[in-house]
Design a protein around this ligand. Structure first.
Ligand code: KIV
Ligand code: ZN
Length: 399
């Protein structure tokens, strides 16, 4: 299947559009707000990373949000710049349209809840009113741009027949991307695959738009749900750097992109992401927000390519593929780090000393230094380079 898209032209079926919402959904999480200058720096980094769409903010929410979308739209040229709006909000669409006006390519993303729970308790609206607002919102957005996205908020908990009616209304009213969020991170991969397969099979005009996945991580399934959505026909994924976002966050961009790249055998999709920039972009976000990523975070965590156990270290020294499914360099690390601790073996110890400039040691000295190292490692969790310097110097003095 090939789709003609107002911003991207003809898109081949295997190409996945990367829609980054770090600056909108990511920034919405407590403690992660960024000022204008910080948002601009992040937007530049995202453009260098090669994302296709930057969701820059929710202009009607505040003057600060409006200004940052407007500034990003004025300065960042390569990606599509997207602004969020409520389908039924009073000034939302006009404000979003104004904010993206300077963009080389601009998108308005309008959304409304479609699940019974949200319609009854949050919106206090009848389903028929929601359908009317979907039509009105998308038609209004098309007055500002040809690139219009519509989202069914809480889409994964929406009645399937009603979801089909909503999507059909959105397409008829001019939406060119249809996003089905798992807003509360409740869905399983099977649920998401079924939803996309159902929409693609049943909705008239479904073959003329791009379907998009937007998965939250409340059950830790954000990335798995995104991959299942792709396999069922979605071709845009909404994600954030480091997986930041409301509550437990959004699906992490770096994890999805590297899953696609590493498992081309079963996930034959391409993206425009320069994966060597992933670490740098992750670090920039951590520095700006003041929240470091957990050490065991896939791809960008401090330990993602660190090997401490002796058996693993020995394997990696002989052939890195034994314990590394992708190269650290491919995501921006300079090399995998052999962390020395009580599980480390002699081979890693010798390799580390060589890397530190100690050259080859004779067997007796090496054995002695290794015994001292093991003794130290039993007392300390991790042995740092400075500990090794002290240890080897002591050893040399005693001989
Ligand atoms: O999670 C969600 O439903 C959203 C929408 C606004 C797209 O972020
Ligand atoms: Zn969201």
């Amino acid at each position: 299947m090939t789709i003609d898209h107002p911003s991207f032209g003809r898109i081949d079926n295997d190409r996945v559009i990367i829609f980054d919402t770090t600056l909108r959904d990511g920034e919405q999480s407590p403690g992660f707000s960024m000022n204008l200058a910080e948002k601009l720096r992040m937007a530049e980094a995202l453009a260098e990373l090669g994302v296709d769409v930057i969701e820059a903010g929710f202009p009607v929410a505040s003057k600060g949000d409006f200004d940052s979308v407007h500034q990003i739209a004025s300065h960042i040229r390569a990606p599509v710049i997207c602004a969020l709006a409520r389908s039924g909000g009073r000034n939302d669409i006009a404000s979003a349209g104004e904010a993206i006006r300077p963009a080389a390519r601009g998108r308005i993303h309008n959304f409304i809840s479609t699940s019974p729970l949200h319609m009854k308790y949050k919106l206090r609206m009848e389903p028929e009113t929601v359908l009317e607002l979907i039509t009105a919102g998308n038609q209004a957005a098309r007055q500002f741009t040809d690139d219009v996205e519509w989202s069914a908020e809480d889409g994964s908990r929406t009645d399937p027949d009603f979801l089909c009616r909503c999507v059909e209304a959105a397409i008829k009213a001019g939406a060119t991307t249809i996003n089905i969020p798992d807003t509360v991170g409740y869905a399983t991969p099977e649920d998401m695959a079924r939803i996309f397969a159902d929409l693609l099979a049943r909705v008239p005009g479904a073959d003329t738009v791009i379907f998009s996945a937007h998965n939250h991580n409340d059950l830790g399934l954000g990335v798995a749900n995104t991959i299942a959505s792709l396999s069922a026909g979605a071709r845009q994924i909404e994600c954030t750097i480091n997986g930041i976002g409301e509550r437990a966050g959004n699906a992490a961009l770096e994890e999805i992109v590297m899953a696609l790249r590493t498992r081309q055998d079963v996930l034959p999709y391409s993206t425009g992401i320069k994966t060597q920039n992933l670490l740098r972009t992750s670090r920039m976000l951590a520095t700006i927000t003041g929240f470091d990523v957990q050490p065991n975070k896939a791809i960008v965590g401090r330990n993602a390519f660190a090997h401490e156990s002796g058996i693993h270290q020995d394997g990696v020294l002989k052939n890195a593929a034994t314990y590394e499914i992708m190269t650290p360099e491919s995501v921006g690390w300079t090399r995998s780090s052999l962390v020395l601790g009580k599980h480390s073996g002699r081979a890693a110890f010798r390799d580390k000393l060589k890397a530190m400039g100690y050259g080859e040691m004779d067997e007796a000295h090496l054995n002695d230094a290794f015994a001292r190292f093991k003794d130290l490692a039993d007392r300390k969790k991790v042995v740092y380079d400075e500990d090794l310097v002290a240890l080897v110097d002591d050893e040399a003095r005693d001989h």
